[in-house]
Write a protein that binds this ligand. Structure first.
Ligand SMILES: [Zn+2]
Length: 279
């Protein structure tokens, strides 16, 4: 027979799956997809060019595209990101027929951070709100983590990161308390499962890694009583982005075992440190 902890975590992960599924059917997600469709899919080379020039870029579009498709405009004195775009040119053959030749020209795009105007619908936003037992929970998690944890502000939009090379965790200090706790659990899960030496899932691809980390964070925060499922849908949206087929969530299912193991471990450790779920 399975113990209680395992059953509870399993039930929580079921709630997570249902949450993702219901988001899939929602108008909110449909709007989100509609917005994503307006962004051009850049070629591999251009993604590389964008990343090299602006490592923190998330949503990029041309000057006019920001205006016409998103009702936003590029702020003053912004340095654009240079990319290469193909432009087909019609040429007339001697016999009067036409042929298309492909030329490449430089173009400029801008990251969403360089623009202002109407908010983009439903871009994933971190959890908000304060937590009564915040200091104790953070202290306990910091002790549980086998790598050093620091709270800092850093460039880009990520809530935090685990550096496998430096073996340390950084959590964005400007986040609300609830988001800081969730991020710390997410990064601790990475540090356990994806440690380059000892991590059991170290060879997983990016999608699988994010599924393990975020699902663990969801399970632990749910156990802590910190999630309001009506409003705190960060994990649902986040995980949709890291599943190759959102309707069947293959990566999510592939990670259920590792998620459960790490979540159970962290919850047991938290209990041993006297942390109790918020009633
Ligand atoms: Zn992550």
């Amino acid at each position: 027979m399975k113990n209680n902890r395992t059953t509870t975590t399993q039930e929580t992960l079921k709630i997570l799956e249902e949450g993702i599924q219901s988001l899939l059917d929602s108008d909110r997600y449909k709007q989100y997809l509609k917005m994503m469709a307006k962004f051009h899919n850049y070629s591999y080379n251009n993604c590389l060019l964008i990343m090299l020039q602006c490592p923190t870029a998330s949503y990029v579009a041309g000057y006019n595209a920001w205006k016409t498709n998103f009702a936003r405009h590029v702020k003053k004195n912004q340095r654009g990101i240079r990319i290469i775009v193909p432009c087909p040119v019609e040429k007339e053959r001697p016999d009067g027929t036409t042929t298309q030749e492909l030329f490449f020209k430089a173009a400029t795009v801008f990251d969403v951070e360089q623009t202002e105007g109407d908010p983009l619908p439903d871009i994933i936003h971190p959890l908000t709100g304060t937590v009564d037992d915040y200091d104790n929970i953070i202290r306990a998690l910091t002790e549980i983590s086998t790598v050093p944890v620091s709270f800092e502000d850093f460039p880009g939009k990520a809530c935090g990161y685990y550096s496998p090379h430096e073996k340390r965790i950084v959590v964005r200090s400007t986040l609300d308390q609830k988001a800081r706790i969730k991020t710390l659990v997410h990064e601790i899960a990475h540090s356990i499962a994806h440690d380059p030496d000892t991590g059991e899932c170290k060879n997983d691809n990016r999608n699988l890694k994010e599924n393990t980390a975020e699902s663990t964070a969801f399970a632990v925060l749910y156990w802590l009583g910190l999630l309001d499922l009506m409003t705190d849908d960060y994990s649902f949206l986040y995980l949709l982005g890291y599943n190759s087929d959102p309707s069947t969530l293959p990566e999510f299912h592939q990670c259920l075992n590792s998620t459960q193991k790490i979540a159970n471990y962290l919850i047991t450790q938290l209990e041993q440190k006297g942390i109790k779920p918020i009633a």
